[in-house]
Write a new protein. Structure first.
Length: 306
């Protein structure tokens, strides 16, 4: 069945109004292309490394609203009403139409996500992609509800886990998000993992991803913060969050580290690298390796010797 894709391009400031008008006018689906807060959204998904550079190059100052009309709807009747409401709202816009198959618009966003190899042992694979590999496969779907974005530090964390996990470790993932780091550690051979996040939605998603990847029996996901949820000591601790949060939690980390443990601090903008390094040292942590990728920093620490 061929549907009609009405594409409305508006300045970003009109995005919500244009979307609301499209929702009122159309009985079909709506697909929003809005990349204005790409970096902010990147914190919402831990497996955003699956997104191609093509997506990062999208313009940030405009929004495209795709309104889909079913085959039995007449564009000649819908378009004048739509234009009238846009103009009444004082919205600057450009409009284009084309025919698309129903499954095309339902799955268009998926073209930006692909399987990717990380480190020596891992492969991150969207659930819809057939990817033949001998690597340890982690199935992750970003899902339309989570938006789109990229996060170079996720791959840096995974590369470090690939190197550090030898088997039998106890892992703590602070700000677990989708749970990808804890799940990766478990599939690499860790004995058990705790994931902590203040967002109940992330905790639920992490649990679902653990179930999907067959590690839920060894993964405990907890709503809350580090101070009241982490128990005992851990062999590997990961925190793929933001610089301010890392600086805030760093003083509590050494007490959670077992002898010889590693702490991976990531999600740090390169401009704050020195500040975070100083904060880690002040907290009793010894940065031993620093990795950088496209403006992001990942730091591997050991507990400082007294």
């Amino acid at each position: 069945m061929e549907w009609t894709d009405i594409q409305i391009t508006v300045p970003q400031r009109y995005a919500e109004t244009a979307e609301a008008i499209a929702t009122m006018v159309s009985n079909g689906g709506i697909y929003i292309e809005d990349y204005s807060d790409l970096e902010e959204q990147s914190w919402e998904i831990a497996h955003v490394d699956l997104i191609e550079q093509e997506l990062l190059d999208k313009p940030r100052d405009i929004v495209k609203v795709h309104m889909y009309l079913a085959p039995d709807e007449n564009p000649a009747e819908i378009l004048p009403l739509f234009k009238e409401r846009l103009e009444a709202a004082g919205i600057e816009y450009s409009l284009d139409t084309q025919g698309v198959e129903q499954e095309d618009w339902q799955n268009a966003w998926k073209k930006y996500y692909h399987a990717m190899d990380i480190g020596q042992r891992l492969a991150i694979v969207p659930g819809w992609e057939d990817y033949d590999t001998d690597r340890i496969r982690i199935t992750m779907d970003p899902g339309m509800a989570f938006g789109t974005g990229t996060h170079e530090t996720t791959s840096l964390c995974l590369e470090l886990l690939d190197r550090l996990v030898k088997g039998g470790e106890r892992v703590l993932d602070i700000g677990t998000g989708s749970g990808i780091l804890a799940i990766a550690a478990l599939k690499l051979g860790a004995r058990e993992a705790d994931g902590v996040d203040i967002d109940p939605m992330c905790v639920r998603t992490a649990g679902e991803n653990a179930q999907r990847n067959g590690v839920s029996e060894h993964f405990r996901v907890l709503v809350g913060d580090l101070s009241d949820k982490a128990e005992g000591t851990y062999d590997i601790i990961t925190a793929n969050i933001v610089a301010a949060a890392i600086l805030s939690l760093a003083p509590a980390v050494p007490a959670l580290m077992a002898p010889g443990a590693a702490f991976i601090a990531s999600g740090i903008i390169d401009g704050r690298k020195d500040e975070v390094l100083d904060g880690l040292r002040a907290a009793g942590l010894n940065p031993v390796e620093v990795y950088e990728k496209r403006g992001w920093v990942c730091i591997l620490c050991r507990k400082a010797e007294n």
